[in-house]
Design a protein around this ligand. Structure first.
Ligand code: GRF
Length: 201
């Protein structure tokens, strides 16, 4: 699969995916494009370092979200993109992007969904006091972190965890899990049947 990664921030998952590709751990997947809605974000520099072309657009330079996404879809089609991988992309997706890429957009979220959807999932989990949290990779639909779950990995919350220590362990899990799921997708091993996603070994 030809892959576009969408990211708004640090891009440490982008870097982990790029490294996985270099090490031959992305199956047949190749990262062909970074899309970012924040041209000043660190992820843009990481793409440059990795030699990945970037489409950097400010949504406010467009008349509507739909026009912003129309520009993105044009670029994705031109580059023959078959899979969209959201990695810290802080915007909801509209049907302009969703309909042509239905079943081909995935996201990673730092909690065991459906617990703690939305922003600051790690802070939410700590504030709630759960003893177990984790990472979810899921298909994207029109909602906020609501699409069918593809894979989850759990980790325990320690009594002395702070937002920083927990985030660090969660990130390490993300850097392993996301390349595995992307490789499975690229190999045609991820299926979707109604709300149920499956990963064949
Ligand atoms: C990750 O924790 C991811 O789960 C969430 O946003 C964060 C992105 O971090 N959706 P980074 O930009 O990949 O470093």
């Amino acid at each position: 699969s030809r892959i576009a990664v969408f990211a708004s921030g640090q891009g440490s998952n982008f870097a982990a995916l790029a490294q996985a590709q270099r090490e031959g751990r992305l199956g047949g997947g190749t990262i062909e494009l970074l899309v970012s809605d924040r041209p000043e974000a660190l992820v843009a520099r990481r793409a440059q370092e990795a030699g990945v072309p970037a489409l950097l657009l400010r949504p406010k330079d467009f008349d509507s979200r739909e026009q912003y996404e129309t520009r993105i879809v044009e670029e994705l089609h031109q580059r023959g993109i078959g899979l969209i991988v959201l990695a810290g992309y802080m915007r909801l997706i509209t049907p302009v992007l969703l309909s042509p890429y239905e079943g081909r957009i995935i996201n990673i979220h730092p909690s065991l969904l459906p617990a703690f959807a939305g922003k600051d999932a790690i802070g939410q989990a700590l504030a709630y006091g759960v003893k177990l949290t984790g990472v979810t990779v899921h298909f994207v639909d029109g909602g906020m972190d609501t699409g069918p779950v593809i894979a989850q990995r759990a980790l325990t919350v320690e009594d002395d965890d702070t937002a920083d220590t927990l985030a660090e362990r969660i990130h390490r899990v993300e850097y392993e899990l996301y390349p595995e799921v992307v490789a499975a997708f690229a190999a045609g091993r991820v299926g979707l049947n109604g709300r149920k996603a499956t990963v064949r070994q």
